[in-house]
Design a protein around this ligand. Structure first.
Ligand code: SF4
Ligand code: SF4
Length: 369
């Protein structure tokens, strides 16, 4: 798959673009931290004007900003008021379900000057998404729900497309762009952001996305198809313990059915990429992550059969694998909006029915900056 063509020989349609990057989804801020390692391009290249043809870019990200407090929050309020034009909205972290709560909130940032109350992450999404020219969900939590959206979770967490709707379009007609990864691979994130900045500036055609809203040129191949242990697999030579240079499928690698390019691209500056450097692929980019891939250290279903028959029946294995790939490219059914929590969360499991693991009555975990 080739990267679509950007034409930076024309003058951009706008002089300045803002990036409003929310980190107050349910997350570990790991996607912001990961993105600081990007080099194709780096954040610095983009904000310091080193990229040909790009308008001036202003990045507003609470993990990376110099400003704090009201000085920082002014960009959020301006964007919501339509005074920060144009901007790309980035969401990091999954969207909790505030509709299941009668009091308190799951996640928030900043204070509403009219009420003195915290502004929830969901309220920010509702205010900012309609004003954004393009929207990116960064990392597996924001794209599909991720770790926070596991079976049995109390927050009813979901991905951005589950919240806004899979057919949602920005005011400029762009779908949500999903860049999964736990965390997001740094260059996948910056390359996608750069592409959208070019598109907002009128210098690139519509970004090509697959049915899970991923850029096709980044997520069209499997981990296995790029893995440098592939020849061990083909020779039927498998690792049975960590530290071996051989194929890791028998100790839990899901690479054959996972859409991710880190085995080709590496992690930082082309170095690393899970199975290449000895880590099993746990499928962290996938819509079905983590539930459909647990327990992680077990041999994936179908692995014994496929690794046994691989030499004579390659084409058959490929089509069986396509079936598994389709199944793990679907999110579990409990990631949705609405007043009902269907994750299977049972507060009584912890004891007295107050929902708190330590029984101190703080049933409402609050996550805020
Ligand atoms: S280590 Fe994983 S991705 Fe690499 S060849 Fe083996 S099964 Fe495929
Ligand atoms: S190889 Fe697997 S575990 Fe590693 S980043 Fe890709 S999907 Fe995640």
């Amino acid at each position: 798959m080739t990267t679509p063509k950007v034409n930076a020989n024309h003058a951009p349609a706008v002089k300045e673009i803002h990036v409003v990057w929310m980190t107050t989804g349910l997350s570990c801020d790991g996607d912001s931290v990961s993105t600081t390692a990007a080099s194709l391009p780096s954040i610095e290249d983009v904000v310091l004007g080193a990229i040909p043809g790009l308008p001036k870019v202003h990045l507003h990200n609470p993990v990376l900003a110099y400003e704090v407090g009201d000085d920082f929050m002014q960009y959020w309020h301006k964007a919501a008021a339509g005074e920060l034009e144009p901007f790309v909205l980035v969401l990091e972290g999954s969207v909790p379900n505030e509709e299941i709560k009668s009091e308190g909130y799951w996640a928030a940032m900043g204070t509403d000057p009219n009420t003195g109350q915290p502004i929830t992450t969901n309220e920010w999404i509702d205010r900012l998404a309609p004003k954004a020219t393009a929207v990116i969900a960064a990392g597996t939590c924001a794209t599909y729900g991720g770790i926070h959206a596991m079976q049995g979770n109390p927050t009813g967490a979901m991905g951005l497309a589950d919240y806004l709707g899979w057919n949602w379009r920005s005011k400029a007609g762009l779908p949500i762009v999903n860049v999964p990864g736990c965390p997001v691979q740094p260059d996948n994130m910056m390359e996608t952001l750069l592409y959208l900045l070019y598109q907002v500036a009128g210098l690139a055609p519509m970004i090509p996305l697959d049915d899970q809203l991923r850029p096709t040129w980044l997520f069209g191949k499997t981990v296995h198809e790029g893995c440098d242990r592939g020849s061990y697999y083909e020779q039927g030579d498998f690792a049975h313990e960590y530290g071996s240079p051989k194929c890791l499928v028998k100790i839990g690698c899901w690479g054959p059915v996972v859409n991710c390019n880190v085995t080709k691209r590496g992690w930082m500056d082309g170095i690393g990429g899970c199975p290449n450097v000895g880590g099993i692929c746990i499928a962290c980019t996938m819509p079905g992550f983590p539930d459909k891939f647990m327990p992680f250290m077990d041999e994936p279903p179908g692995a014994t059969f496929s690794s046994m028959l691989i030499s004579s029946y390659g084409p058959l294995i490929r089509s069986l694998r396509a079936i598994t790939n389709r199944a793990v490219n679907q999110e579990p059914k409990w990631r949705h909006r609405g007043p009902e929590l269907t994750t299977g969360y049972e507060p009584d499991y912890y004891g007295e029915g107050n929902g708190a693991p330590n029984g101190n009555g703080h049933a409402h975990h609050q996550h805020h900056h």
